[in-house]
Ligand binder design. Structure first.
Ligand code: 4NP
Length: 156
């Protein structure tokens, strides 16, 4: 790939799944020595400026990641030129990304679990109305996706 990769993780609210994907990806990139820009954003702006959901901060902390300083934001048209990879967490997110994609977009769009062998086409379920166990499932899913994507980018 020409230049440094830049990855944007996108879910609906940017307070549960995509901040966790961002944290898991940053940890894996650091571990394998991948130089990459990373951020996350939401399809919607309802939670813009807010920290991640407390349950997301708690599960991240349990797994050694501190996401307390993250702040939610809504995706912009500029993101489609700024990032080389925009990664949706579920099918609705990916459909919304495709619908808003500007004509001069350069970012490659994908679903996070497309990068995981055997899980192509699967969604990371929205844990917002779930419980602690659902957030653990989210953490496991985003970790698998983030590790697979980071390993792909370090080899490209
Ligand atoms: P996320 O979860 O997309 O994983 O951040 C949600 C957060 C907020 C809402 C929906 C999903 N909401 O409707 O406000």
């Amino acid at each position: 790939m020409a230049g440094k990769p830049a990855v944007l993780f996108v879910c609906l609210g940017n307070i549960c799944r995509s901040p966790l994907a961002e944290a898991a990806f940053k940890a894996e990139a650091a571990r394998i020595g991948l130089d990459v820009d990373v951020d996350s954003a939401g399809i919607g702006g309802w939670h813009a400026g807010e920290p991640p959901d407390l349950r997301a901060r708690t599960v991240a902390k349990r797994h050694g990641a501190d996401i307390n300083a993250y702040r939610a934001r809504k995706i912009t048209a500029q993101d489609f030129r700024r990032y080389s990879h925009i990664v949706g967490l579920d099918h609705e997110n990916l459909a919304a990304l495709k619908a808003m994609r500007p004509a001069d977009a350069t970012a490659e769009l994908s679903l996070l679990l497309d990068h995981v062998e055997g899980r192509r086409g699967e969604a990371v379920a929205d844990p917002y109305y779930g419980d602690e166990e659902d957030f653990e499932t989210t953490w496991a899913d985003v970790t698998h996706g983030a590790q697979a994507l980071a390993r792909r980018l370090v080899n490209s």
